[in-house]
Design a protein around this ligand. Structure first.
Ligand SMILES: [Ca+2]
Ligand SMILES: [Ca+2]
Length: 258
């Protein structure tokens, strides 16, 4: 079963994306009641890392040994963000279940070739969604509308090496594929997938929720030392024909890896 899912994932995320979590990763169980942030290379605890749950409006810091506790309830599925100077911004999708016992998260030193284009959380859609849809109940605040766009400079990019857009975490996608994988419980409706555009060209469709989804940037579209643009458009409910019902989704942490 796992194999089939991996295969589907590879085929459907994008033309040439990998499904694996690349930046950081959950490595081992922590001790006692505290989870811990460590350096992925050295395994040493990282003090003063900022751990936050943007949707819950919750924020804490690791102690001098890298330990922290999430002293808040997690309603359904949420995105947890870890930030620390000189490290790659890291996010992961969490729920009560995977946070019920302590975890250790390894984060990576930032690499000069990586460009962080946005570390904020964004909500796309129209704030109209079924309680059964993926991650319903956690959306707070107003929707930013059906699409997101961001301009950024690609300085010193090596066009002879592959470059990827990495989406740290994305939740709330209600495609048929997400439903098949148990990410969306709504039996009555599903949506078209969110679409990713790079400099005006569609480069990927995102069929499922998850962390660290990588989308290859076609070399011919990369504008070296100039302004480039990423646009993410959310899908629409394909069962609703009398009006447009955009799929409400949230994502966080966009990085260009080269
Ligand atoms: Ca909607
Ligand atoms: Ca949704």
């Amino acid at each position: 079963m796992k194999k089939i899912f991996s295969l589907i994932l590879v085929i459907l995320i994008s033309v040439s994306a990998y499904g694996d979590t690349i930046q950081g990763g959950v490595s081992e169980r922590g001790t006692a009641t505290s989870s811990r942030i460590v350096d992925k290379e050295t395994g040493k605890g990282i003090s003063g890392a900022q751990v936050s749950l943007p949707k819950e409006g919750y924020r804490t810091k690791t102690d001098k040994y890298g330990y922290f506790e999430l002293d808040t309830s997690i309603d359904g599925t949420s995105i947890m963000s870890v930030k620390k100077d000189h490290y790659k911004p890291f996010t992961m999708t969490i729920n009560e279940k995977n946070m019920s016992s302590p975890i250790v998260i390894g984060i990576e030193k930032s690499n000069g070739a990586d460009i962080s284009i946005d570390t904020n959380m964004h909500h796309l859609g129209d704030n109209s969604y079924s309680r059964l849809s993926a991650n319903a109940g956690e959306f707070q605040g107003e929707s930013a509308g059906p699409f997101y766009t961001q301009k950024f400079m690609l300085r010193n990019i090596n066009i002879h090496k592959p470059a990827y857009l990495v989406i740290g975490s994305i939740i709330g996608i209600d495609t048929l594929m997400a439903r098949t994988m148990g990410q969306n419980m709504n039996p009555n409706a599903y949506s078209s997938p969110p679409e990713v555009y790079f400099n005006g060209n569609k480069i990927a469709e995102i069929q499922i929720n998850g962390d660290g989804q990588k989308i290859k940037l076609p070399p011919s579209l990369i504008k070296k030392n100039r302004i480039n643009e990423i646009t993410i458009k959310t899908g629409r409910n394909l069962m609703q024909t009398s009006y447009v019902d955009y799929d409400d989704i949230e994502f966080m942490n966009l990085i260009i890896e080269n």
